[in-house]
Design a binder for this molecule. Sequence first.
Ligand code: CAA
Ligand code: NAI
Length: 701
Amino acid sequence: MSEPGQVVSSERVGAIAVITVDSPPVNALSHAVRAGIKARLDAALAAPEAAAIVLICAGRTFIAGADITEFGKPLKEPGLTAVIEAIENSPKPVIAAIHGTALGGGLELALACHYRVAAADARLGLPEVKLGILPGAGGTQRLPRVVGVPLALDMITGGEPIGASRAHETGLVDEIAAGELRAAAVAFAQKALRDGLPLKRIRDMNDKLAVAEPDFFRNYRSALARRKRGVEAPQACVDAVEAAATLPFEQGLLRERELFVKLLGGAQSKAQRYVFFAEREANKIPDVPASTPVKAIRTAAVIGAGTMGGGIAMNFANVGIPVTLIEANAAALERGLGVVRKNYEISAGRGGMAKEDVDKRTALITGSVSYDDIADADIVIEAVFEDMALKKEVFATLDRVAKPDAILATNTSTLDVNAIAGATRRPESVIGLHFFSPANVMRLLEIVRGGATSKSVIASSMALAKTIRKVPVLVGVCDGFVGNRMLAQRGREAERLLIQGALPHQVDKVLTDFGFPMGPFAMSDLAGIDVGWRVRQARGTKAPVADALYEAGRLGQKTGAGYYHYEPGSRAPLPDPEVERLVVGVSKALGVERRPIAEAEMLERLVYPMINEGAKILDEGIALRPGDIDVIWIYGYGWPVYRGGPMHYADGVGLEKIADRLADFADRFKEPALAPAPLLRRLAESGRGFADGETPAKAAS
Ligand code: CAA
Ligand code: NAI
């Protein structure tokens, strides 16, 4: 544990005391940092030679917030509020010097300073809502007093930081450092002394608190409720900001504290904090140390410009990496490049990017029908049809054409990565990079480690994921990898619910009420009913309702009809009496007597089989840890983050209950796949959860 004296130091530059926080990695406000700042501040206040104080950080960033690892533990004095009060009440001006990201408690501390100087590329924000809480050290009371209520609400309920120049325009930052930050902040402090600048205390500034319309907060709340269904923290953020606008400062602070304490103790925040760390833990591969050499990716190539290939290429262009897109023929290439351009134009039309960026990014994507054009690529990602013979042929060509140290990746969603690697003489260079559709939007990247994949190729792929702003999770080779393998369980049980008595919109409602953006049937309509049908044909399996829809030509949104009916030009799924007749007909044909199924039963039957499959995946070492599975489901499939992913959720429900229910379902429906997995049984019998361990950690090697 660090000592306050080690992580916070002080030195004097003329009449200015410069207090420096140096607590890697992100200068979080641990006890040592809080105590260190307080002690150095007290010393500077007591020193007659020091007339003003600069608070600055060493390393990559200004204070990035409270130390999340201390949440839930007893508070060790001084708390953040005491430090903030000491700064705000200082009779000597205190200037925050901000670089990197001033986040959460870090920004709250900066808001207590009398002035803020920032580096031009600094970012400032209150991201607490993403951890299921709200800024608990005055942020909800001070931010609206500086930037006004509407922007403060957007920043606090959305959690996204703003850049230094926007912060400067709104008054959140007083000066953008022209040169070196420390020198600029010291110069600002000297100017403050010279010109006798007032001790600006944000708590006393009330002129920006008025809102234009009388119903402003009510309207804001209802718009937010539509966008963030089921999540508690954003609404509490509005309550706190409303308190800033309507109550005296001290009372507003009390209201903020009360709301903060309530959220912090709740299940949603616990889940969201768990996800924060699970996402970071997923970057750590036990047998691939951080020192593993990483290959720089300067140029890329993508094979196949279809649904996935075009989106994958966009990821590279978006971060300035030139990419060559290879197609089988000129017509397919033209179509693929056209879709990419159109996607960029739509995004620019919606204000998502500048118009000139459309040209810049499309210029980074070069189309070709010749494999010779990939010879310089540092990485090649194959995204041709899901056909093993074709993939082998493509990889044999890549083996001939790609440069010796290129990474050769496949975007297959079901095929054996080892068999694909076997088509080359360099299986150590082959890896699966499983993007999710739409590939330019979805954050998840399942990185599939083959039996021969080298550690450097794994480390390089994990690093590349960060460069192209994806969330990587390493998995092993199996049918469907982690996400789709679990999804298949849910799909089979959703179909069974239809046959036994439910209708598509009833099943979907159970999952959207749970917090998913859409249910399995609306999702099938979006992806196309023919996609699943083709997979079942290849495997010789059946799904009577889905097959009947396919045979009736109801292929989903693209034909205006699938599990739902769609009005022309609309994507809104409407329950369809035709489908009810079809479903009832299938039950009858199978001799099943339909019965009403309670929503609670439906939820258990949709979610517990996924958890069961997750247990098998852990036992087989396909995923390294339960948290990795949770990250996959949150970033790839819309599992509500405030429920922490399927494995975290399972621990909350209790594994004993889940094992009992699964045993009952397996028995009633004569479905062996539903029988509790051995790991689930072992944990349940010993009263443990997935988080308590017994993860084999041989995973994915
Ligand atoms: N507390 C403890 N550890 C933290 C942390 C925090 N607030 N923020 C980051 N870390 C740790 C990470 O766990 C990670 O540790 P490992 O290397 O051991 O995995 C390390 O710092 C680096 O983090 P990243 O990998 O995320 O680094 P990055 O450069 O990609 O991003 C960042 C840096 C933008 C600061 C990002 O870490 C981040 O967004 N952090 C969270 C910020 C946040 O939510 N702050 C608000 C905290 S709540 C609060 O402040 C409440 C209040 O009102 C008092
Ligand atoms: P798609 O059919 O939209 O595109 C495939 C493209 O590959 C076509 O444009 C085709 O002309 C091209 N192609 C075929 N043979 C080629 C060759 N020899 N050289 C160059 N190009 C060739 O298919 P989609 O959906 O993009 O899928 C591609 C891969 O991504 C498949 O392996 C699929 O399983 C996987 N995948 C698909 C997802 C999806 O939601 N569509 C999600 C994740 C992975």
